[in-house]
Design a protein around this ligand. Structure first.
Ligand SMILES: C[S@@+](CC[C@H](N)C(=O)[O-])C[C@H]1O[C@@H](n2cnc3c(N)ncnc32)[C@H](O)[C@@H]1O
Length: 230
């Protein structure tokens, strides 16, 4: 497995809680060879991907099931936003009736209930892809310190599903994001919306974690799945 690392030192500017998601988007876009005209973004959120696209396109469709995020997404006559759940077959059945030049998904598909099914549909959409999915070594040391097990799939599991369903290359990237204090670190986790566990810690458990977390950085593990250049 191709594994690489990136380190972001003191990258936390005030109010910027999407550092890793933005690094992910930069990398996703680096796999785009020919400025696609008809673009699908699965789990588009508030539009970080469209904001980073710097070429002329004809049509962009963003899907998300959080209306609050869609409300913040850029709007234009070329942009269609669908309030929909990517766990629902009907959504993909409808997407199959369109022609796509490129499929993106940034930091969203870790929440797919049945990732294999979603991958099968993505393959059927028959367009080049660039997908990024958070995997279980995200917050590895933090989870270990708090005795929490990650609810995210492992990179190996996502690799197996990729090989089963997609004609795509696979890369694992480990990011480390350094903070000046553990308190800043926990604020980042709370605000960024990237979480590797559903467990809510009690006050006592949180205090213990704050005192015992041994690193000055947070760990993130992201798998990138992209079409071989055509
Ligand atoms: C971490 S955010 C990433 C947003 C955006 N792609 C970005 O990179 O900034 C994950 C997004 O996936 C959306 N999402 C999660 N599960 C979903 C589902 N089942 N169907 C549609 N959207 C979903 C969330 O609402 C959220 O906006």
């Amino acid at each position: 497995m191709n594994v690489s690392s990136e380190f972001s030192r003191h990258a936390l500017e005030y109010g910027n809680y999407n550092i890793i998601q933005n690094m992910v988007i930069e990398k996703l876009l680096s796999h785009v060879a020919h400025k696609p005209k008809r673009i699908l973004d699965i789990g588009c959120g508030s539009g970080a991907l469209i904001k980073a696209i710097d070429w002329e396109y004809d049509y962009f469709c963003g899907i998300d099931f959080a209306q609050g995020m869609l409300d913040l997404h850029p709007k234009s006559p070329k942009i269609e936003l669908l309030y929909a759940d990517f766990n629902q077959d009907e959504l993909f059945e409808s997407m199959l009736t369109y022609k796509w030049d490129f499929i993106f998904s940034a930091s969203a598909l870790q929440w797919a209930y049945d990732l294999e099914r979603v991958f099968h549909y993505i393959q059927k959409l028959d367009a080049p892809i660039s997908l990024a999915i958070f995997t279980s070594n995200t917050f590895k040391t933090l989870n270990k310190t708090a005795s929490i097990s990650s609810i995210l799939r492992s990179a190996d599991e996502v690799k197996r599903l990729t090989q089963n369903c997609l004609d795509a290359q696979f890369e694992v990237v480990n990011y480390k994001l350094e903070f000046e204090s553990t308190r800043d670190m926990f604020r980042y986790i709370k605000k960024s919306g990237v979480s590797g566990s559903r467990k809510v810690l009690s006050y006592k458990e949180s205090k213990k974690l704050l005192e015992e977390y041994p690193l000055s950085y947070l760990e993130f593990e992201v798998v990138f799945i992209y079409s071989p250049s055509r």
